[in-house]
Design a binder for this molecule. Structure first.
Ligand SMILES: *Cc1c(COP(=O)(O)O)cnc(C)c1O
Length: 370
């Protein structure tokens, strides 16, 4: 952090605290000459599951591929419908479309911005195969009502855990809440690689094994391919980087929670709508989001003061050109649409200091209107 500017996400600031170890781990991979899969990936796969307390899974090429591989491994495809929230990153829907299934959008709950279980239930048809709740901004979706629904209707629950490493719901970790889960290690995520990487896991080891075959060309032995698969493996360099960074994830998560509490302390009393996580979840604040009625003006002022900010997400899925064919008219998902028009994301990362939060709030409160 410079004396004045505050970046939106200070990835390199986080990593600076362990740069020598990260570089040594990367050099180790270079010297080994094994760049894809191998011992670093296997070790990371075990360590990540152990650290989070989730079922053992497989490293893969991205969060998007984690989700699509899980759906494909569970035989979700053509003719199937998959229910997901309208307010999320496009990748949640991409995973569904990539396996040939049909995305069915539902609204989010205005307090938490996560999928509304009642809306999800209303969207179930005889063709529904799965529900894809997103733990948006690091807040676990209300899973128990979805699990009840899933058990009644024979649906698969695949968590989009791309933003929720170490978040918990009723004491259970994100990634262990449904039948399967996909994580992302995109560099700006709570745990970020030095490129693209992801992780897939499932309660049923057979599902993980099938996805593991799919991600490596359908390979079942060196020269034998049981099915036509994909090339979606994790690189050894990413695994090596992630193994080092994983050791700090708990500290970084504590810092995110402390920074969010400090933001809340400034912004709630001033009448601003922030993330209202249910009492039985412990969010990890991948993003710190606040609603305003004059977003352009707020972002302009933050920018002028060298304070980074963003919008997640300004365009709900049903308004994306790529998904226009789904045919949802404007007004279909009022809470998602309202959030998309009003949210702004303030600086947040694992090393954001309290004084930076105070400074951001000082500038924010001088211009923002609820
Ligand atoms: C980042 C993200 C993804 C996709 O992860 P990639 O690793 O970038 O493919 C999926 N869903 C959500 C909600 C995300 O934030």
């Amino acid at each position: 952090m410079s004396t004045r500017g505050i970046p939106f996400v200070d990835v390199s600031g986080q990593d600076r605290t362990m740069q020598a170890d990260i570089e040594a781990a990367m050099s180790g991979v270079v010297r080994s000459g094994g760049f894809i899969g191998g011992p670093e990936v296997t070790a990371f796969e075990e360590e990540f599951a152990g650290y989070l307390g989730i079922p053992p899974g497989r490293g893969c090429s991205s969060g998007t591929s984690a989700l699509s591989l899980l759906l494909e491994a569970a035989d979700v495809g053509s003719g199937d419908e998959v229910i997901l929230p309208a307010l999320t990153f496009i990748a949640t829907a991409e995973a569904v479309v990539q396996v040939g299934a049909h995305p069915v959008l539902v609204d989010v709950e205005p307090a938490s911005y996560t999928i509304d279980p009642v809306a999800a239930e209303a969207a179930v048809t005889s063709r529904t195969a799965a529900v894809l709740p997103v733990h948006l901004y690091g807040t676990p979706a209300r899973i128990d009502p979805l699990l009840t629904l899933a058990r009644q209707r024979g649906l698969l629950i695949v968590e989009d855990a791309a933003q929720s490493h170490l978040a918990t719901y009723r004491g259970r970790p994100a990634g262990s809440l449904g039948d399967a889960a996909g994580f992302s290690f995109y560099p700006a995520k709570n745990l970020g690689a030095y490129g693209d990487a992801g992780y897939l896991t499932a309660a049923d080891p057979a599902l993980v094994a099938r996805a593991g075959v799919l991600l490596d060309h359908g390979r079942i032995s060196k020269y034998e391919h049981a099915v036509i698969g994909h090339n979606e493996r994790m690189d050894a360099i990413q695994a090596a980087v992630l193994r080092v960074k994983l050791r700090r994830l708990r500290d970084w998560t504590s810092n995110r929670r402390a920074a969010a509490a400090r933001y809340d302390g400034h912004l709630r009393p001033a009448g601003f709508k922030v993330i209202d996580a249910p009492a039985d979840v412990d969010p990890v604040y991948h993003l710190y989001v606040v609603e305003v009625s004059n977003r352009d003006e707020v972002m302009c002022r933050l920018d002028a003061e060298a304070i980074g900010c963003g919008v997640h997400y300004p365009v709900p899925l049903h308004r994306q050109p790529a998904l226009a064919a789904l045919g949802y008219p404007d007004g279909s998902f009022p809470h998602s649409e309202s959030a998309a028009a009003r949210v702004v994301s303030l600086p947040m990362d694992g090393v954001l200091p309290p004084q930076a939060v105070d400074r951001v709030c000082e500038v924010f409160l001088s211009v923002a209107r609820p």
